[in-house]
Design a protein around this ligand. Structure first.
Ligand code: FAD
Ligand code: NAP
Length: 363
């Protein structure tokens, strides 16, 4: 085991924050992970678990041991005529497992294509996109208790998945290192293309993305002789390519423009507040959640207050998606959090909604 000291984390986080970690180790198997945790426990050093760094905000000095989880491996757990249950090592790259499963004819992960990061981080916030979330295919995960070093299996119920949320962000925060994640994928399944961007891609054939060279479906899949849409003909492969093309066209590439994706969670608020807001802001965008609550896109709230495209202290609120804060000048966490705080205060003042930051703060 090689524990490095005073490591610059700039290349380990997609916000490109030039933070320094007092201790850093990359682990490739369970023995290395156990040794690293033993070392940290003996030294009384705090442990921070790192995957691809696409959802963290690292403070200037991180005093503790950063454990970069690179446990790889894919195994088939069970196969039936209808489905295939697969287990993935926590260090597998998320988009690679999406591509691999879809090209094997399995459905379930296609809407989650092109999300940066690793498998081990996916359950932390129950990653989601385009109407699908990890919980929809999740079976179980294994994790190591950081203190007792006991290996535990968590079922779907144990994980208490919610909207971009799980038990690992709440009661069990910072207590486990996820080792593997098991999902059940279907051999034949209806694709989910309910989001407007996907509808446009398949139905209207408009916009730059429709001419993507990756597009494999033919025009009659969405507009046949009867001039109706034939979703059954749209495959998981088509959806994966559509999602990838839309994301590439809309979202800033962290390698070019550092960012951590959505900086704020979309607020879920009760119907009473929604009714009040609708009176004051008739064009407010809302989506149903359950009988008593609605989701309001945080991007809409931020955009409505004029933040979109603004630069504040070197932090740029992305001109196409106000939910994404970009860090083109590699500013430190304090500056990013200051700008985020100004946005949170403004949104609260005008809408009475307290936005929550999505990425996890390290340090
Ligand atoms: P990291 O950033 O390294 O870590 C994130 C959190 O998970 C930290 O708290 C860390 O301690 C913990 N963690 C990581 N690995 C483990 C492990 N093995 N065991 C225990 N804890 C662990 N998210 C979405 O949900 N949907 C999207 O569509 C989406 N799009 C994005 C687009 C862009 C351009 C970017 C930059 C981010 C996007 N994200 C999205 C956010 C992010 O990619 C996901 O949350 C992803 O799962 C984070 O993976 P990671 O490996 O980079 O985690
Ligand atoms: P979008 O499609 O422009 O939609 C804007 C917002 O409206 C999203 O936040 C989405 O909520 C919501 N929405 C749109 N259509 C909806 C529907 N039919 N039903 C319910 N909610 C709907 O968003 P985008 O920025 O281009 O992102 C596309 C997808 O990728 C979204 O699902 C988004 O969550 C995901 N994404 C996530 C991150 C991240 O870091 N977490 C970063 C980039 C993209 P939801 O967010 O709940 O889907």
């Amino acid at each position: 085991m090689n524990i490095a000291t005073n490591v610059n984390l700039q290349s380990f986080n997609t916000l490109s924050i030039p933070s320094t970690a007092s201790h850093f180790v990359e682990v490739r198997d369970l023995d290395e992970l156990t040794a690293a945790l033993n070392w940290a426990n003996t030294q009384g050093v705090m442990v921070f678990v790192l995957g691809g760094g696409s959802n963290i905000i690292a403070k200037d000095q991180v005093r503790g041991l950063i454990i970069k989880v690179s446990l790889r491996g894919i195994s088939v757990i069970k196969e039936t005529e209808q489905s295939c249950t697969l287990s993935y090592g926590a260090g597998e790259v998320w988009h690679e497992i999406v591509e691999r499963s879809v090209s094997q004819g399995l459905s379930g992960l296609e809407n989650l294509a092109y999300i940066p990061g690793t498998v081990g981080a996916a359950p932390i916030q129950n990653i989601g996109a385009y109407g699908v979330e990890l919980a929809d295919v999740f079976v179980e995960l294994t994790a190591l208790n950081k203190n007792t070093l006991e290996e535990v299996t968590f079922t779907k119920d144990d994980c208490r998945f919610g909207y971009r949320d799980s038990v690992f962000k709440n009661e069990l925060r910072d207590q486990f290192v996820i080792l593997s994640v098991t999902v059940e994928l279907q051999r034949q399944a209806d694709v989910c293309i309910s989001y407007p961007a996907l509808q446009t891609y398949f139905l209207e054939g408009k916009g730059a993305v429709i001419n993507s060279p990756e597009m494999t479906h033919s025009k009659d899949q969405y507009s046949g002789q009867d001039n109706k849409w034939h979703p059954a003909k749209i495959s998981s492969m088509d959806v994966m390519h559509a999602v990838t093309a839309i994301r590439k066209s809309k979202l800033p590439d962290p390698k070019i423009t550092p960012n951590a994706g959505s900086f704020f969670k979309n607020p879920v608020v009760d119907n009473k507040l929604v009714q009040e807001l609708q009176k004051a802001w008739p064009d407010i965008v809302i989506f149903p959640v359950d009988s008593g609550r609605k989701k309001i896109p945080a991007g809409w709230l931020i955009d409505r207050l004029g933040w979109k495209g603004r630069e504040v202290n070197g932090i740029v609120i992305h001109p196409d998606q106000a939910l994404v804060l970009t860090n083109p000048n590699s500013k430190c966490a304090a500056i990013i959090l200051e700008v985020a705080d100004a946005i949170i205060k403004d949104v609260y003042q005008h809408f009475g909604i307290k936005l929550e930051i999505e990425p996890q703060v390290f340090g």
